[in-house]
Design a protein around this ligand. Structure first.
Ligand code: ATP
Length: 422
């Protein structure tokens, strides 16, 4: 296969489901000579087109019911499209519904041979892979028990072990990682990385933005059966996060700094954010990074003191006891490396209808690289923070070190060597 080859090409795919109000309607429709319709049509996929190149790792995002599973089933051939078509170049292995191809009465071993055969392997080829499958699944003697006795974790591990050990060209994974523990997830990702390095194309559905950012080179956002956005993972996930956070809130555009009469005395940053959202998306007025000489800068050396100054407007009507000013530092993959909030530091903001300045001071432990500063005004009244104003990419900076350092963080570590015996 050529490197620039398309692995998956989805062309104008539409999928309509027939919805019947009562089970009897289906029967009546099939018996009707007049061709009377007893169903309503529901469009789960609406003219979806995109392509995935060989070797790409693509994250598929979307709210519940947006059509992700339907799309994956059409790609794998489990389901046919109402119109349009889907071209697949290579051997697909999928983890759509865990253990979908398993016979519950068979033992793990019997299921391995049965599934391997379905995947087109002969007995010798399965024999050769058996050790790899067993060591990945890590279910010990249970492998000789009927799979109906397995815990959901064992089931997942066996299903996974099987799907990735059949030399696929394309691997399709639907949210299945959610069932595994951290050890198993890490093992899966190591294996995915290995497959990726070997040029396997991976299509991956998850609601976990961090996972998608960490793992995928491209993202596709499905919304009510349509492709809403496709492209760079960080950009698509940023827009998607903005969308799910905005969904239930009414944007109060006119609240905040622009209404205030004293705006001239307050410095204002012209932001160049990756994205910005929230209930009051203009409360954050100013964000700047300062070095130890109190000079604004976007270059820091390792172990240098960083001061982050944030000026925000506190509008009327927000509950002050739950109000929090927060910042995070992400790497270019969008992974939060450092998060700090006034709420976790037990700082209570006591006044509204005014500007407040929050200063965060910390030592730079970040090794060489480029970093993104995100700033938020949060409502911490619920377990999951809600955002009054969130700027992803309020500032950007580089960190560099004169000496060679490894890892993401270079924290001071006390070290000593004790000579024990000759
Ligand atoms: N067999 C079916 N008959 C009728 N409607 C269906 C059928 N299968 C799925 N749907 C509907 O199609 C829409 C898309 O479903 P799908 O399972 O593809 O979404 P999804 O994005 O995978 O959702 P989730 O994240 O919850 O798994 C949903 O509204 C669902 O109710």
């Amino acid at each position: 296969m050529n490197e620039n080859e398309e692995s998956i090409k989805v062309i104008n795919v539409t999928k309509n489901y027939k919805l019947y109000n009562k089970p009897i309607d289906r029967l009546q429709e099939s018996l009707s000579f007049s061709g009377k319709r007893y169903h309503n049509l529901f469009t789960a996929l609406d003219n979806v087109s995109f392509s995935v190149q060989k070797g790409e790792t693509v994250g598929l995002l979307g709210k519940n019911g947006s059509g992700k599973s339907t799309l994956l089933k059409i790609i794998t051939g489990v389901l046919s499209a109402t119109s349009g078509n889907c071209k697949v170049n290579g051997k697909i292995s999928s983890i759509l519904e865990l253990g979908a191809g398993f016979n519950m009465e068979y033992t793990g071993i019997e299921n391995i041979y049965m599934n391997g055969t379905i995947q087109g392997l002969n007995k010798k080829e399965i024999d050769q892979r058996l050790e790899g499958i067993l060591s990945f699944a890590d279910i010990g003697d249970f492998i000789n028990q009927p799979v109906k006795l397995y815990s959901s974790g064992m089931f997942a591990r066996l299903a996974f072990a099987l799907s990735i050990n059949v030399d696929p060209d394309i691997l399709i994974v639907d949210e299945a990682l959610a069932v595994g523990d951290i050890k198993f997830q890490t093992k899966c990702f190591n294996k995915f990385n290995e497959l990726r390095q070997n040029g396997v194309t991976i299509l991956f559905v998850s609601h976990d933005i961090t996972l998608i950012r960490n793992f995928c080179t491209k993202a596709i956002w499905l919304d009510t059966g349509k492709v809403r956005m496709i492209g760079d993972t960080v950009e698509v996930t940023a827009e998607y996060t903005k969308f799910i956070n905005m969904d239930h809130s009414v944007t109060k555009e006119n609240e905040g700094s622009s209404n205030s009469t004293d705006i001239l005395q307050i410095p204002k940053t012209i932001f160049e954010p990756i994205s910005r959202w929230g209930e009051y998306p203009n409360l954050i007025n100013y964000v700047e990074l300062f070095n130890s000489k109190n000079e604004p800068t976007s270059f820091f050396t390792l172990n240098e003191k960083i001061s982050l100054k944030v000026i925000t407007y506190v509008p009327d009507g927000v509950e002050l006891k739950n109000l929090s000013i927060a910042f995070s530092i992400k790497n270019t993959l969008g992974i939060d490396l450092i998060v700090s909030t006034t709420y976790e530091n037990d700082i209570v903001i006591t006044k509204n209808k005014c500007y407040i300045e929050t200063i965060f001071v910390f030592e730079n432990y970040l090794t060489n690289g480029e970093y993104v500063i995100n700033v938020a005004v949060e409502n911490r009244g619920n377990t999951i923070p809600e955002y009054y104003d969130y700027i992803e990419g309020a500032k950007y900076f580089k960190s560099s070190s004169k000496k060679q350092v490894f890892g993401m963080f270079n924290v001071p570590v006390e070290q000593k060597i004790v000579y024990l015996r000759e």
